[in-house]
Design a protein around this ligand. Structure first.
Ligand SMILES: NC(=O)C1=CN([C@@H]2O[C@H](COP(=O)(O)OP(=O)(O)OC[C@H]3O[C@@H](n4cnc5c(N)ncnc54)[C@H](OP(=O)(O)O)[C@@H]3O)[C@@H](O)[C@H]2O)C=CC1
Ligand SMILES: O=C(O)[C@@H]1CCC=N1
Length: 278
């Protein structure tokens, strides 16, 4: 299976790293192009031994799967320049808020398109990914995409209209967790802990809590109660989280991110309209 990646940023690198380390794809099966940053292509070539090119025709001609990994605002230019070379390849898009319909419209045909929403933990094969396929994608192509993403983590197959919610939850999710960790690190300093020791304690606490939830039959709420002794330290700490409306903040965060993903779809529709009128 030969893969062409259009875009050489964070998500492209996470996918390349995960796929190569997962041993399902060899470096010589992957080619990458971007728009202008030659140094990033050189970096990917040096670190992952993938083929790099500035020629979209060359990239498309050698690939069975074309992964779209540019920012949503750049999809119009990227797909229009790729369009003449798209024949039978499966188009696999990881773009937030860009619909299958928009991609097919920019391609000027009902090509097989699969939308995926992974996250950057793909780099270490721990992504949570959801995928949704267009009717044009064959069973074989869906299986192939599922297999690729299973190599770099877990995969859920969803209806396309669920992808805004998925993007808000697990696509953006790592950033919320990192933000929480940054706050925990700041808190650790304020209560007088050494930075390095605090970091290991925080990371092991998160990993342990996450693993407990995976292994235990108990729900998060029950596991929280198990930690919370009446009148103890946890209860005192949680009271503060409630005072600062922690749950409400998280809910508002995910809802706003999902709304932003839907807003980005309107950008895609505007691009579609422009192409239609040209
Ligand atoms: N980052 C994340 O956590 C996640 C991102 N995504 C999605 O992945 C996509 C990429 O995000 P991210 O990696 O963070 O973005 P980056 O900005 O890191 O990378 C974007 C890449 O796209 C390239 N590019 C832009 N225009 C073109 C073009 N016309 N032809 C070829 N390449 C082009 C850029 O090249 P150059 O530098 O030369 O301009 C750059 O290499 C987004 O659509 C995002 O929604 C999905 C899930 C998670
Ligand atoms: O912030 C973004 O728009 C992208 C999509 C999910 C994660 N990063």
């Amino acid at each position: 299976m030969k893969i062409g990646v259009i875009g050489a940023g964070s998500m492209a690198e996470a996918l390349i790293s995960g796929l190569i380390n997962g041993n399902v794809v060899r470096p010589e099966q992957i080619a990458v192009c971007n728009r202008s940053d030659r140094s990033k292509l050189m970096y990917l070539q040096e670190h992952y031994h993938v083929t790099v090119t500035e020629d979209k025709k060359e990239l498309a001609d050698r690939s069975e799967i074309l992964i779209l990994a540019m920012k949503p605002k750049d999809v119009e230019e990227a797909v229009l320049t790729l369009r003449p070379y798209v024949k039978k390849q499966l188009i696999l898009s990881v773009l937030a808020g860009v619909t299958i319909e928009t991609i097919q419209h920019l391609l000027g045909k009902k090509a097989p398109v699969i939308r995926a929403m992974p996250n950057t933990s793909a780099a270490i094969r721990m992504s949570a990914t959801a995928i949704s396929a267009s009717g044009e994608a064959t069973m074989h192509q869906v299986k192939m995409a599922k297999h690729l993403f299973e190599t770099i983590g877990m995969v859920a197959v969803v209806e396309e209209d669920q992808l805004d919610a998925v993007t808000a939850l697990s696509g953006s999710g790592p950033a919320y967790v990192y933000y929480f960790i940054e706050a925990m690190e700041e808190a650790a300093a304020e209560v007088g802990l050494d930075q390095e020791i605090a970091k290991s304690l925080i990371l092991q606490t998160l990993a342990g809590a996450s693993e407990m939830l995976m292994q235990s039959e108990k729900q998060a709420g029950q596991l929280r109660k198990d930690v919370t002794s009446p009148g103890g330290t946890t209860e005192a700490g949680l009271e503060k989280l409630k005072d600062f409306q922690f749950s409400e903040a998280i809910i508002a965060c995910v809802k706003r991110a999902a709304e932003r993903s839907r807003e980005m779809q309107s950008g895609g529709q505007a691009a579609m309209e422009k192409v239609r009128k040209a």
